[in-house]
Design a protein around this ligand. Sequence first.
Ligand code: BES
Ligand code: MN
Ligand code: ZN
Length: 500
Amino acid sequence: MNIQAVHGAIQNSDSGAIIVNLFEGQAISGATKTVDEALGGAISDLIAAGDFTGKAGQTGVLYPRGAIAAQRVILVGLGTPDSLSLDSVRRAAAVAIKKAQELQVRQVATVLHGAGGLALRDAAQAIAEGSLLALYTYHGQKTSDAPENLPESLAVIVPDKGDLPAAEAGIRDGDAIAAGVTLARDLGNLPPNICTPEYMAQTARTMAQAAGLKCDVLEKAQMEALKMGAHLAVAQGSDTPPRFIILEHNAERASELPTLVLVGKGVTFDTGGYSLKTGEGMATMKNDMSGAAAVIGAMRAIAGLGVPLHVVGLAPAADNMINGHAYRPQEVITASNGVTIEIISTDAEGRMLLADALVYAGRYQPDAVVDIATLTGACVVALGSGVAAGVFSTADTLRDNLLAAADTTGEKVWPLPLFPDYEKAIESQTADIKNTGGRTGGVGTSAVFLQHFVDYPVWAHVDMAGMAIDVPEIPYVPAKGSSGYGVRLLTALAQQMAAK
Ligand code: BES
Ligand code: MN
Ligand code: ZN
């Protein structure tokens, strides 16, 4: 769907549907009032009858019968005025465009929700994001598919001509961000026989070419040369070779700009290895590359936005499988920084990939490193499924930046502690550390494990195990399948760091 800012008045639009809004508990005003008057009070009647209150998520449809040029009026609830936020705008835009899609409307026009209370550029961005993300569908490999009835165009109506450039800029940013999220969702939804490490690498190369990013992909021999023993130990149980994907934004300005390194877990299928998962536990493990997908998607968005920061995206990718070469419990593996790891569970494979990637991040002398991973079931137990990701950080500023990024994007994170006490649980008799702790504190012990591979002061770890798939009740996130979580969070973080 093509989104454009258009100077004009919504009541003059001749599109298939115009979208206007109502705040809950507030008298009808602004553009909605103008449209109501043109319709002879039809919206007021709806409200008076108690059929529409402006509650968030609510919609109503009216037929102007020639009173205005548009064929339909879609009314959308914005919630209470004090709850107005970029996320309520994103949600309202999502709900309204899905209504238009359901009604098979091709040309849609919308008011700029929230422009009264929010910065106009940000509101325009939120409308673009919410609308595009709401219309996402994954086609998969179905040989026949129901028609999608996608709207072709959305005009964001700007009453003041002077606001056009800001609205246009916001829409452009929203477009770039939605493209990044779409890419991440597609990678997450693809089956593991298609979305292999090399497929991810090829996707990254193609995207980098189009977006103007630098892209390097390390293959097994190069990883061996770098002594990435932890990543390779996981990969050796599969016939599908690993890849270490490196994307770089503003590479040529690395010396003048601050450096942010993003690292994402890319396990393209997690059987658990010899510490085999149950059938039920394995059923969703094609999504175990969602951290890597979030990083690749964020790099796409960051490039599109032209964020003035040197950003590196690392996506270590491998299958966790079983064959005659697969790593086993009790093996001792040496990571690329020389730290030795006693394997307790081959199912704790994500931290093995991250270990070598976090070491690799150090070569950029980063100002900040953030890794994101579907790392532990324990994090899902702690924070719930589809509620929030856990965030650990060695630096208060980075943690606060991530919390602020979560706030603007609606991609929630919740701080968890890096207590040194967790170290006890990963002490090993035979190596420097074990790859898992005991039964309790699984999310904390995974985080302190990762810390052994971090030799820079500013690092954060985001455990998104509960956020990768089936996130319910957000109108711009599919209730089933890959959520694309993390792309908007990481992109907003980069934007914030660049603004400082
Ligand atoms: N990929 C899983 C974590 C996961 C679980 C993600 C459920 C999404 C939903 C990870 O590799 C894993 O298996 N973790 C183990 C760690 C354990 C062996 C210490 C876990 O959480 O059980
Ligand atoms: Mn696992
Ligand atoms: Zn895993």
